[in-house]
Ligand binder design. Structure first.
Ligand code: R5P
Length: 285
């Protein structure tokens, strides 16, 4: 098995390689002055099972992933597995209105023609895995996130909406504490409404767990509601810290105790690594 890190996930890929006692395959990845991407595999991957680790955070990362797959295929690799820690474009997981593209399906179809298997972490909805025509599976970052939260003496884990309750329940069971959810209504892509709900958060240390923080609207409204209900400490936790636009400022203004994300998208809030769960999955491949 040989490991390659794309530029969106180079730090994470390096750590996965360390766990697996391997070196990353040497590559050259650069942009021409017109921003087109250039990819070259330097080490041999002949007849190997090649793992490409690359989050699809931006369109440029997606193109880079396709060029990496192309270069690896041309080097006669036996099998290509794409580890996509953050699978971008997943949130358009169905047609919400007639005429819309289903981006998670379109991207999955393209990846399926180039790779042999896919692994991703906490996709927005599990059913997007069915859009791949190759074996596709997800792993959960709830264990490493919960383990980080263990030192914080959490009294209550909250899901920001009923749909996220499964992950919150897993964390609460690990942390041996209460679990509940907030009533969320999405008004538009950047505005959400959190309906007051009696949670008994008074004087409690609360952790809110979500799959993704994008504009920060969901978490900001949730924090405000928890302050209103007298929570003592509020930890906000997600797998994918996208932090689009002024999300961080929006969140800081609501005074959370701490912002915690994993390294599926690298940022100063990537306090929890997914390297171990990725390595564990790859050891079984
Ligand atoms: C929604 O179903 C997701 O789980 C997240 O709550 C949502 O995508 C977060 O987006 P934002 O940070 O823009 O509110």
């Amino acid at each position: 098995m040989k490991l390659i890190g794309g530029t969106a996930s180079l730090g994470l890929a390096t750590n996965v390689a360390k766990h697996m006692k391997k070196n990353l395959v040497k590559t050259e990845i650069k942009r021409f002055s017109d921003r087109e991407c250039y990819v070259r595999i330097i080490d041999s991957v002949d007849e190997d099972h090649v793992i490409i680790i690359q989050s699809t955070i931006s369109d440029a990362h997606i193109i880079e992933l396709f060029l990496l797959m192309d270069a690896v295929r041309r080097e006669q690799a036996k099998k290509i597995t794409c580890v996509i820690p953050y699978y971008g474009y997943a949130r358009q997981d169905k047609q919400f209105q007639k005429g819309e593209a289903i981006s998670s399906a379109a991207l999955a179809a393209l990846i399926s023609t180039n790779a042999d298997a896919v692994v991703t972490i906490d996709p927005h909805k599990e059913h997007i895995l069915d859009y791949f025509s190759i074996p596709a599976e997800s792993i959960s970052a709830i264990m490493p996130l919960s383990s980080y939260l263990q030192k914080k003496e959490i009294d209550l884990v909250l899901a920001p909406d009923a749909g996220a309750m499964n992950r919150a329940k897993q964390a609460a069971s690990y942390l041996n504490c209460e679990v509940d959810y907030l009533e969320k209504k999405r008004i538009d892509s950047s505005t959400v409404q959190i309906t007051p709900k009696n949670l008994d958060a008074t004087n409690k240390t609360v952790a809110i767990i979500d799959d993704i923080i994008a504009t920060g609207g969901t978490m900001a409204r949730s924090i405000e509601e928890l302050h209103r209900q007298g929570a003592k400490e509020i930890y906000i936790t997600c797998t994918h810290g996208l932090f689009a636009g002024n999300a961080i400022e929006k969140l800081q203004n609501t005074r959370p105790t701490e912002i915690i994300a994993t390294d599926t998208i690298d940022s100063e809030y990537s306090k929890v690594s997914t390297d171990q769960i990725i390595s564990n999955k790859l050891q079984k491949k």
